[in-house]
Design a protein around this ligand. Structure first.
Ligand code: TYD
Ligand code: MG
Length: 450
């Protein structure tokens, strides 16, 4: 029996309900549910339609090896899973000023020089502004066209007229669809525009990059649905005050989401950082107390980072503590563990902890290095420069195993470190020769080593 279904969609989050409600049950916004025309499902009433494509056996389909285009930027190719997949929709999110437009312009230059027809559409900058940026980046020899436009229908026309096969939309929040009355950047506009771009990409086989700004929470502004609609979501992140940038994939229909690309913002655009560990260790002081080296993992890549601590007697009733690059509460917790388990009085000490280079680490594997840096600074003991540490520290002062220990040790060996202090639990799983491994069970053993 055919059944008429009425559905309601939330204008804010795109959530779906079967009945009208005053408040969206998904995003809790008020008065945002719209009724959509009833859909007919099943039953004999639905007329048989001809299918535009005949179903194919999966084994009869072949994938051409060259269905990916290289961006000419190795770090970007890696994150995309080997290059740009033709006809895909790729969302690039990030804070304002982080370098999204610069990265995409560099990518456009590279692919256009390889013979692709590229159209860069900006709703934020004038052509002259884009040209000024381009002059900083270098020469442009390929077939790259610029357009400043925010009306999507005109953009669609321009893509058709120029015959572009790669297009960049900078940014989705400035574009609007004539059919919708909502303001550009509003959720319904973003949904409308993305839907149209999706249709263009899939029907014409055009690859479209969409730039999206992120909200305070770090999501691309607009409904989560935007992320559902596109094939790939990349986030470009970093500290505005530091030069390095990370390109991370949050979703990728054509590759792993574990990859990160590392860049450095220079005077002439973004430069790739193929060896992030060496980059992060630049300028590390030698033979100074309060500075230790840790190994952290970003995606599948190990990074050496320097953890610094400055612990000194406080002049205040309440000691001052700061943590840059890691969680402040975690630092307080680790200091409490040191005080309780090692009997070292820190409650009358100020402590400043810093992950050098502006990286932000949330991995607990950094705990052991933080403890070592605090002890090193407090006691004035220098930690050997050729030693790295990693491990999670628990509340009873135990040092717990971490994931990917072997990868971390291998990276340390590759960079010429001599000793690795790591959780005892990880020792067995590591079969690497040529680097000393010291397994420890608790932070007292760490103190004894120092
Ligand atoms: P931009 O790509 O405009 O950021 P987004 O599109 O993410 O908002 O990057 C702007 C920043 O990058 C700006 O602060 C200037 C800086 N920049 C450089 O340092 N070197 C360069 O060569 C370029 C082009 C920009
Ligand atoms: Mg921009």
């Amino acid at each position: 029996m055919a059944k008429n279904t009425t559905l309601f969609f939330c204008r804010e989050c795109g959530g779906e309900t079967s009945k009208w409600l005053g408040q969206c049950p998904h995003c809790k916004a008020w008065n945002t549910l719209d009724e959509v025309p009833a859909l007919k499902t099943g039953g004999k009433t639905s007329r048989r339609k001809t299918i535009s494509q005949t179903p194919e056996h999966i084994n009869n389909l072949s994938v051409k090896e060259d269905s990916r285009i290289s961006t000419g930027i190795e770090e970007m190719n890696r994150v995309l899973g080997g290059g740009i997949v033709i006809g895909s929709l790729i969302l690039v999110g990030g804070d304002p000023g982080i370098g999204k437009s610069t990265l995409l312009l560099q990518m456009c230059r590279n692919v256009s020089e390889k013979g692709e027809k590229v159209l860069y559409i900006s709703g934020e900058e004038s052509m002259i502004q884009i040209k000024l940026r381009a002059e900083r980046i270098g020469d442009f020899k390929g077939d790259l066209m610029l357009l400043t436009e925010t009306n999507l229908l005109l953009i669609e026309q321009a893509i058709e007229e120029t015959g572009a096969n790669i297009a960049v939309i900078d940014s989705i929040q400035t574009m609007y669809h004539e059919m919708s009355d909502a303001a550009p950047g509003s959720v319904s506009q973003v949904r409308e525009v993305t839907g149209t771009l999706l249709r263009i990409a899939k029907s014409k086989g055009i690859t479209i990059f969409i730039v999206g700004h992120v909200t305070k929470e770090g999501n691309v502004a607009g409904p989560k649905m935007l992320e559902h609609m596109v094939d790939t979501v990349l986030y470009f992140e970093g500290d505005n005050s530091a030069a390095y940038r990370l390109l991370r994939s949050a979703k990728n229909r054509y590759g792993s989401t574990n990859e990160v690309g590392v860049f450095e913002m220079k005077g002439n655009g973004l430069a790739e950082v193929p060896n992030p560990s060496e980059y992060m260790m630049q300028g590390k002081p030698e033979n100074e107390s309060g500075s230790v080296v840790a190994c952290t993992i970003e995606g599948t890549r190990p990074f050496m980072i320097e953890v610094q601590a400055l612990v000194c007697r406080t002049n205040f009733n309440l000691p001052r503590r700061t943590a840059a690059g890691m969680d402040y509460n975690r630092v307080n917790l680790l200091m409490a563990v040191i005080e309780k388990r090692l009997g070292i009085r820190l409650s009358d000490c100020d402590a400043y902890i810093n992950v050098a280079g502006g990286m932000k680490i949330s991995e607990p594997a950094l705990d052991l290095a933080v403890v070592a840096a605090i002890l090193s600074s407090h006691r004035g003991k220098v930690m050997d420069d050729r030693t790295i540490l990693f491990g999670e520290v628990g509340l009873v002062g135990e040092v717990r195993g971490v994931s990917q220990a072997e990868l971390r040790v291998r990276e340390a060996k590759k960079l010429g470190y001599m000793t690795c202090i790591l959780p005892e639990a990880n020792i067995k799983s590591i079969g690497i020769k040529g680097i000393d491994r010291i397994g420890i069970k608790n932070i007292r053993e760490l103190l004894n080593l120092m």
